[in-house]
Write a protein that binds this ligand. Structure first.
Ligand code: URA
Length: 235
């Protein structure tokens, strides 16, 4: 990692302040002053700032219950960032493991550990996601038996070359279903329902892997060690 990034991740300094400290000769790497912020360093190096040894903050792993009309980005755009208004430090270091659309609510996993999040979202992982879906029009009695079969068989999304992976559709009532998918293509759930001539009017993610949403809308909590480890592959 770059030296200036290392300093940001181990102190409260901003990137600009870290650069200033480096250029002013306050940062020593393995007994030598390093004046160039882009130098690559490693956790095994001994890095001091004004004589004090620095070590990286532990990685953070959390869930957020995303409200509607927020975006899974660190900065506000057309809608506010889902981090806005949360009592969380250093949000610029965090990223989400699997985005939701602005109008989708529910479970978002957030971390500063790129390896961990990549392991959740990489397509080969086939990580299960459960969505509660509201439909604009009721499923007809004649469709009710057919739809789960169509989702289990795979659907041909517009612009894709392969069918969707087998998905589990559970009808809760004629306008509400639970859908479990193991991939995460762009607008996947809405496009799957478009394939069967249904329009999604409400979309809420309840579960990713073994981790279920258990906090109120707009809240966040740290994941437990068991939850964090549940996404790691067996050694
Ligand atoms: N599928 C969608 O269409 N939107 C989401 O936000 C998540 C999955």
């Amino acid at each position: 990692m770059r030296l200036d990034k290392y300093i940001c991740k181990s102190t409260k300094l901003s990137r600009a302040q870290a650069v200033e400290c480096i250029r002013d000769g306050h940062v020593i790497v393995n007994d030598k002053a390093v004046l160039i912020e882009s130098v690559q360093v490693h956790e095994n190096n001994t890095i001091t700032l004004n004589g004090k040894r620095l070590s990286l903050r532990a990685h953070r792993y959390l869930m957020i219950h995303k409200p509607a009309n927020t975006i899974c980005s660190n900065v506000d755009e057309a809608y506010p960032s889902l981090f806005s208004g949360l009592n969380l430090d250093h949000t610029q270091e965090l990223h989400v493991a699997g985005r939701l659309d602005a109008d989708t609510t529910g479970l978002v996993l957030v971390t500063d550990d790129g390896r961990w999040s990549f392991d959740i979202i990489r397509p080969q992982k086939h990580c299960k996601k459960v969505y509660r879906v509201g439909l604009s029009r009721a499923i007809e009695p004649g469709q009710a038996a057919l739809l789960p079969e169509q989702f289990a068989h795979g659907l041909q999304l517009q612009g894709e070359t392969e069918l969707t992976r087998p998905a589990v559709l559970q009808i809760i009532n004629p306008q509400e279903v639970l859908l479990t998918i193991t991939e995460g293509k762009y607008h996947q759930v809405k496009r799957m329902f478009a394939c069967v001539s249904k329009r999604v009017v409400k979309l809420h993610r309840e579960k990713i892997g073994d981790v279920s949403l258990d906090i109120n809308v707009g809240e966040w909590r740290y994941l437990t060690a068991t939850e964090v480890d549940s996404f790691r592959d067996e050694p």
